[in-house]
Design a protein around this ligand. Structure first.
Ligand SMILES: Cc1cc2nc3c(=O)[nH]c(=O)nc-3n(C[C@H](O)[C@H](O)[C@H](O)COP(=O)(O)OP(=O)(O)OC[C@H]3O[C@@H](n4cnc5c(N)ncnc54)[C@H](O)[C@@H]3O)c2cc1C
Length: 372
């Protein structure tokens, strides 16, 4: 079928923000969503998840989060908000439409796995940074006899057995899942392969992402230098915890490596209290016995791979490498790489919060499409 205006792929925050921003500019659109509901990644996330960015800076364009939401809304509140946002903006979504290929004829054409085609003048890809779980493999992993799951499959600590748990990674999911397990009384370890950055959820009562917004016009290395003494004071004992500090500050790691710091919502206190043990990378495992690169070894009943996701745009785009200059996603600030009516929203992490960044990008994309 031919769609009037724009086809948007994905009904997460980015797709919904783009549809609403287009509507505000008088431009029609249709969202194609592979799941049977909007905000599907938020429905899947672990139960205790709350936003770590303040609600005031996490809303999508044109609709603040409700006054009765707390500063850091829960996962279910985020879903309620997304539902209300789609309803208020009368956003058109076709569910159960998994786009398998985006190609160019006279118009752009999105092909879905059930053989449908949707042709439109412009297409916005809003399939998310967190599309496909990254699952590292180590020698002997296949012999592991416990439960091996990715963080995307973790719901709560109750669903695990009583035995020891190893969480691999030191991102925000890793930190929060390890905390969840420790608070449930489980014996928890974290396997941390390389140097890391840690920032508190709040500094002097102000959300860290909100401080990053206030500092956003300063060079990121200067901001890292300004915040450095406070962070060093707060996390002076990283070495004693078994962690090593990244040579870069948190903002430089985000800007140059796309690597977000651990936003500490209580994990560090549990590490200091030895309720969470820190191990280095895994060398090998045999049965439930995991051997680490420093020669230590221990038995685990559950291993949780909190090792992130990849956008996997190459599975739906024929010219990813050329379009992204050899990368697997658009560069920072590149909303329409190729300048040919194919747009991308939500593919670059931001110290100021990705939801806020999505709103900014959606607004800019809608303006660009309206001006075509
Ligand atoms: C655990 C976690 C916590 C986070 N917390 C915060 C936070 O506190 N603050 C913040 O600012 N950001 C946070 N983020 C980052 C970010 O804001 C969210 O990931 C947000 O959901 C990104 O929105 P999105 O629309 O880009 O992607 P998603 O929410 O992943 O939505 C993408 C949608 O596209 C659909 N889709 C994918 N492929 C196809 C296809 N081929 N065809 C059709 N549909 C498809 C998916 O089903 C999904 O519904 C968090 C991320 C994670 C993983």
């Amino acid at each position: 079928m031919t769609v009037e205006g724009t086809v948007i792929v994905g009904a997460g925050p980015a797709g919904l923000a783009c549809a609403a921003a287009l509507k505000a500019n008088g431009c029609p659109s249709l969202i194609l969503e592979r799941a049977d509901s909007l905000g599907s990644s938020w429905r899947r996330h672990y139960e205790r998840l709350r936003l770590h960015t303040a609600k005031a800076h996490s809303a999508l364009p044109g609709m603040p989060m409700p006054r009765n939401f707390p500063r850091y809304p829960s996962r279910l509140q985020v879903i309620d908000y997304l539902e209300a946002y789609a309803h208020a903006n009368d956003i058109g979504i076709r569910f159960g439409k998994s786009v398998v290929l985006i190609r160019r004829e006279r118009d752009w054409v999105a092909e879905t796995d059930d053989g449908d085609t949707f042709a439109a003048e412009t297409v916005i890809v809003a399939t998310g940074l967190s599309n496909v779980p990254v699952r590292p493999v180590w020698g002997g992993q296949a012999t592991f006899t416990g439960a091996l799951l990715h963080s995307s499959e973790y719901k709560n600590a109750k669903a695990l057995g009583a035995g020891p748990v190893l969480v691999i990674g030191f991102g925000n999911s890793a930190g929060e899942i390890a905390l969840d397990c420790a608070e449930a009384g489980l014996d928890v370890g974290m396997s941390v392969r390389g140097p890391v950055n840690i920032v508190p959820l709040e500094m002097f009562g102000v959300p860290t992402a909100t401080i990053a917004i206030a500092q956003r016009h300063l060079p990121y290395r200067l901001v890292d230098a300004l915040n450095g003494p406070f962070l060093r004071l707060r996390y002076h004992d990283m070495g004693r915890m078994g962690l090593s500090k990244s040579a870069n500050g948190p903002l430089a790691d985000i800007a140059e490596k796309g690597r977000t710091p651990l936003i500490d919502i209580g994990t560090i206190a549990q590490i200091r209290a030895a309720e969470i043990a820190i191990y280095p990378g895994i060398e090998t495992s045999e049965g439930k016995r995991v051997r680490f690169v420093d020669g230590r070894s221990s038995d685990f009943d559950t291993i949780i791979l909190a090792t992130g996701y990849r956008p996997s745009l190459e599975t739906i785009l024929f010219d990813c490498a050329e379009r992204f200059h050899g990368a697997d996603r658009p560069g920072r600030g590149e909303l329409q790489p190729g300048n040919d009516g194919l747009y991308f929203c939500g593919f670059n992490t931001a110290s100021t919060g990705l939801l806020r960044q999505i709103g900014i990008e959606a607004t800019a994309i809608a303006k660009s499409i309206a001006g075509r």
